[in-house]
Structure formats: structure tokens, C-alpha cells
Design a binder for this molecule. Structure first.
Ligand code: G3H
Length: 214
């Protein structure tokens, strides 16, 4: 692949209440980010830096409302490719494997609520976040397993890809390409309102970050 652009969804209703999981929509701040992301994609991500011409870029979202809503202003016109084939710019590919880590019985709760209702679970997770599996939910190791085929696909692409995802899954994708340990991955912070551009090379990975704000 050439470059991989990682973006969390814009701020969701659940984010603003400190709740995990769910399938909520965007707050006004989240919607503003969706619009800025579309503007940034149109001006930068989809342009050849040398001649400003449109270049083909793939778009992946999860199956959850907040990533689809964040991606919905991205332009998807036809673009000519080198081989003369028509390319639909940013045609969204919706992938359930990109959905956020599922917290099972804790889905929709705040961390305080989890600590009060399931103190032992809370402590177990604190001790080993990578392998801890939520009751009836997932662990980060489970998520690594479902991301694996996607990472293989990413590595085979010759076009750039924009992934609009979630903090949990983007941590793992980031860690894979940046060459970080899995143990570090589970606690990495992937901030809102930020596009992270990763360009893997043979022995390392170039990283750039753009904060999209007013
Ligand atoms: O809903 C999941 C969060 O984005 C990641 O949370 O750091 O507790 O795994 P976590």
C-alpha cells in the first residue's frame, strides 16, 4: 500500500456522555468534524501533491452509525486511473470487522458504572487489558484476530486508503504499521478530530498527524 489515513469517527453522543460502545449518532462537534474531514480529503488526501490532480483513494468504514455518518460528506466522483479504468473515488466499503471492540454486558455503560456493577471485571481488565475479554464480549486479542485479514488486504493495495474507525480498532491497526508491541497498543491514545497518515516503508513507517479544527 502507499499511505493509510486513520481517523476516528467524529464525537458521538455516547462519547460525550462517557459511555462505551453502542451505536449512537454524532454530536454537533462530531458533525463539524465530518465536514472538515470531507474538505481535507478533497483538498489533500485525494490530490497528487505534485500536480493537484485527483488520485484514487479507497474508503473503509465500520458498520456502525458514527463512522458512516462521519464519512458521508466525502465526495465520491469518478476518477481516471493510470490504467484508464473508472475509479469511484471514496466508494465506501462497510466492514463489520472494523467495528469497535464489543464490551458485552458492559456495552453502553460508563467506566464508573462498570466499576460499580462489576468491580472484579474492572480490576481484571486493569491488570491485563490486552487479553481481558468482557463477559459476552471481546478482548483486544479477539479484535486483532478479526482485523488480521483486513491488515493483509491493506498491505496488498496500491492505492491510499482512508479508514474511518474507532479508537480500539485504530489502536491495533496503528500499532501494527508503526511496529509497536501489542501490549502498548491496548493503551495507546488515538485522539478525536485527528487524521493520522501512515506511510509504511521497508524498515519503518513515516507518520504525520493533522488536527482538523476551526
Ligand atoms: O469503546 C471503546 C474505547 O474507544 C476504547 O476503550 O480503552 O477501554 O479499550 P478502552
Amino acid at each position: 500500500t502507499c499511505s493509510i489515513y486513520l481517523s476516528r469517527h467524529g464525537q458521538s453522543e455516547y462519547n460525550s456522555h462517557g459511555k462505551i460502545g453502542g451505536d449512537s449518532g454524532l454530536t454537533p462537534m462530531g458533525e463539524a468534524y465530518a465536514q472538515k474531514l470531507a474538505e481535507f480529503a478533497d483538498r489533500v488526501i485525494t490530490r497528487d501533491p505534485e500536480n493537484g490532480e485527483a488520485r484514487p483513494v479507497r474508503l473503509w468504514t465500520s458498520s456502525l452509525q458514527r463512522t458512516k455518518l462521519t464519512a458521508r460528506h466525502l465526495k465520491h466522483d469518478k476518477v481516471k486511473t493510470g490504467g484508464g479504468k473508472d475509479w469511484i473515488q471514496m466508494a465506501p466499503r462497510v466492514l463489520r470487522n472494523l467495528d469497535e471492540i464489543y464490551a458485552g454486558v458492559c456495552d453502553g455503560m460508563t467506566y464508573e458504572e462498570i466499576r460499580a456493577a462489576y468491580p472484579r471485571e474492572y480490576e481484571l481488565r486493569r491488570q491485563n487489558k490486552l487479553s481481558y475479554r468482557y463477559p459476552r464480549g471481546e478482548s483486544y486479542l479477539d479484535v486483532i484476530a478479526r482485523l488480521d485479514p483486513l491488515v493483509q488486504e491493506l498491505e496488498s493495495y496500491r492505492e491510499d486508503v482512508l479508514i474511518v474507525g474507532h479508537q480500539g480498532v485504530l489502536r491495533l491497526i496503528y500499532a501494527y504499521f508503526a511496529g509497536l508491541d501489542r501490549d502498548e497498543a491496548a493503551t495507546l491514545s488515538i485522539p478525536l478530530n485527528t487524521v493520522i497518515k501512515l506511510t509504511p516503508r521497508t524498515h519503518d513507517c513515516i507518520e504525520e498527524r493533522v488536527l482538523l479544527h476551526d
